[in-house]
Design a binder for this molecule. Structure first.
Ligand code: ZN
Length: 248
């Protein structure tokens, strides 16, 4: 069996994120359109949001390579992750890993935090603390990018979600939901400081608030140091990332 599979999750069959269905089977196969990558959804400005599915194990893990377009420090880690993961036979047997390359390709192109309409996608999830505004969106999941991730998480029910961000002059891993132990493992292996989400400024409508707190899915937010080269960011976190994905 090939170690990787293109992903297609049938997201047109919209699943309301608030109504949790039984855990879905692994993603259905679809022809790849670019190596391991295929389009999960389309951004506000029509760019593909690409994803890849790797491995075939029962443990479902989701990696999101970026949400804020001006925080691309995790881009190389995202690019390196498929090869690093597939080089581990144990990982392929234990885990099905879904990698979203970049949830916000429009923001990445413009180097802006928000999406093509200026909405901060990490404030646009239906968490209990959602606060609608011109910057957060009038309603939760008002944006195609946040809808794609929301529908994926609600239907696929990953056991762990890792999301790459960056932070000024600091690097740490933040956890939401029942993720303290896995966050501690990541911190131990990477040297990143471990923080609980409630130690940060309020983040209404964040992905972690919703998936972690509202749905109870473990979420690790990896805050690379802003401006740190991608190569060093990946080297620093490679072992920690693979360990928590596999569940060691
Ligand atoms: Zn961020």
């Amino acid at each position: 069996m090939r170690p990787w599979l293109p992903c297609a999750l049938g997201l047109s069959a919209c699943v309301a994120p608030s109504a949790l269905p039984p855990a879905a089977p692994p993603p259905v196969l679809a022809p790849a359109n670019d190596g391991i990558w295929s389009a999960l959804a389309t951004s506000t400005e029509g760019r593909p949001i690409r994803c890849a599915t790797l491995g075939h194990g029962p443990r479902r893990v989701l990696w999101v390579g970026g949400i804020h377009g001006d925080e691309r420090e995790g881009a190389l880690a995202t690019a390196q992750l498929p090869a690093a993961f597939t080089a581990e036979p144990v990982a392929l047997e234990r885990v099905t890993l879904l990698v979203i390359e970049d949830l916000n390709p429009d923001g990445t192109l413009k180097k802006t935090r928000g999406n093509g309409r200026g909405i901060d996608l990490n404030r646009n999830f239906p968490a209990n603390n959602f606060r609608g505004s011109s910057r957060h969106g009038d309603e939760p999941l008002s944006e195609p990018e946040s809808r794609a991730l929301g529908e994926l998480v609600a239907s696929w029910r990953p056991a762990l979600v890792l999301v790459a961000h960056s932070w000024r002059e600091q690097e740490f891993v933040n956890f939401d939901g029942p993720a303290q132990a896995v966050g501690a493992r990541f911190a131990e292996l990477s040297g990143f400081e471990l923080r609980a989400s409630d130690a940060l400024d309020a983040t209404p409508g964040s992905f972690g608030s919703w998936a972690g707190v509202t749905l109870g899915i473990p979420v690790l937010t990896i805050e690379f140091r802003r401006g740190r080269t991608s190569e060093s960011a990946w080297e620093r976190t490679r072992a920690a990332t693979l360990a928590v994905i596999v569940g060691d």
